[in-house]
Design a protein around this ligand. Structure first.
Ligand code: NAD
Ligand code: LMR
Length: 326
């Protein structure tokens, strides 16, 4: 057995945290041979609830779970962690956009970025889930001067998985037959789920579905799926978000399969003309624990318009949190 890895989950007593902690402890993120130490980070009013989560984790007697650190102190919470899953933040309610959360949630991520900078393992990998995830990720990364921007990512894997699932249903195939799905931009209603390069059983998706379905059904469906779940459940997606977080980290670590890619929101390096620095979702390949933005994809006029719209929104979000950026 290898040495345990340390994983911090903020908001561990919340809905996503509750799903995430048990799946990580069961081995879903790092595999059946990798012991784990969970750092469960909360705010003081949630510590009672967190002690219940700890009790339940212990009651599972998970073979891979070596230790639990449960705390409301971010420095302790991020001490020596190899992975930091920043989930803790308010979810939106019906009728809200994720960007409406920026004033309340943005201020959480500067102090957490600093605490990660000061306490985590130097090679820590960070995934921001709390909304608005791209801009919160930008805030956290800007507060961590000793770490590389490439260590900070935000989650669009849920959108990626939703897009795959929706296309699989439309083409009467299985999600495993779909390759090269791309989510561009913000984890918001402006995101651009792009079928241009996508294949279904080796055939270009654009040969199987018509443009009207793509523009009038597929794209808006993926863009608004989070709101659809909120309307139905009365609460935002939790188990699917936890599952996507597990997929995100596992793919980052283990790599994408040959001929395929995934979607991750990462610090733009200017690829595809997107302004450098903003946290923008791109198609990426992963290998040896690193990601690379897929280069040289052809961009149609329609795609360019969609990519610009979501970039504009990210610039506006960045302007709204200028005072939180270091
Ligand atoms: P929740 O309200 O059930 O849980 C949030 C938890 O975070 C609470 O227990 C709260 O005490 C804790 N928290 C708040 N501030 C904290 C801080 N500073 N440090 C540590 N913990 C803190 O919410 P949820 O359903 O688990 O959702 C969490 C976030 O994830 C929301 O912002 C939601 O919108 C977002 N989300 C993102 C995606 C995505 O795809 N990126 C998907 C689903 C949900
Ligand atoms: C989602 O996509 O389900 C989450 O971001 C929650 C939300 O507010 O939509």
């Amino acid at each position: 057995m290898s040495l345990p890895v340390r994983i911090a989950i903020t908001g561990a007593a919340g809905n996503i945290g509750y799903a995430l902690a048990f799946r990580i402890a069961a081995g879903d993120m790092f595999g059946p041979d990798q012991p784990v130490i969970l750092h469960l980070v909360e705010i003081p009013p949630a510590l009672d609830a967190l002690s219940g989560v700890t009790m339940e984790l212990n009651d599972c007697a998970f073979p891979l779970l070596q230790e639990i650190v449960a705390t409301a102190d971010a420095n302790e919470g991020f001490e020596g962690v190899d992975y930091a899953l920043l989930v803790g933040a308010k979810p939106r309610g019906p009728g809200m956009e994720r960007g409406d959360l920026i004033a309340d949630n943005g201020k959480i991520f500067g102090p957490q970025g600093r605490a990660i900078n000061d306490n985590a393992s130097p090679g820590v990998r960070v995934l921001v889930v709390g909304n608005p995830a791209n801009t919160n990720c930008l805030i956290a990364a800007s507060s961590a001067p000793n770490l590389d921007r490439n260590q900070f990512t935000a989650m669009t894997r849920l959108d990626h998985n939703r897009a795959i699932s929706w296309l699989a249903e439309k083409t009467q195939t299985h999600s495993t037959q779909i390759r090269r799905m791309s989510i561009w931009g913000n984890h918001s209603a402006t995101q651009y789920p792009d079928l241009s390069n996508c294949t279904v059983n080796g055939t270009l998706a654009t040969e199987l579905v018509d443009e009207t379905w793509c523009r009038e059904s597929f794209i808006p469906k993926v863009q608004k799926r989070g709101a659809e779940v909120i309307r139905a459940r009365g609460a935002s997606s939790a188990a699917s978000a936890a599952s996507a977080a597990i997929d995100h980290v596992r793919t980052w670590l283990r790599g994408t399969t040959e001929g395929d890619w995934t979607s991750m929101a990462v610090a733009s390096d200017g690829s595809y003309g997107v302004e450098e620095g903003i946290v923008y979702s791109y198609p990426v390949t992963c290998s040896n624990g690193s990601y690379s933005i897929v280069q040289d994809l052809e961009v149609s006029e329609f795609s360019r318009g969609c990519m610009n719209t979501t970039e504009d929104e990210l610039r506006e979000e960045r302007a709204a949190v200028e005072d939180l950026l270091e």
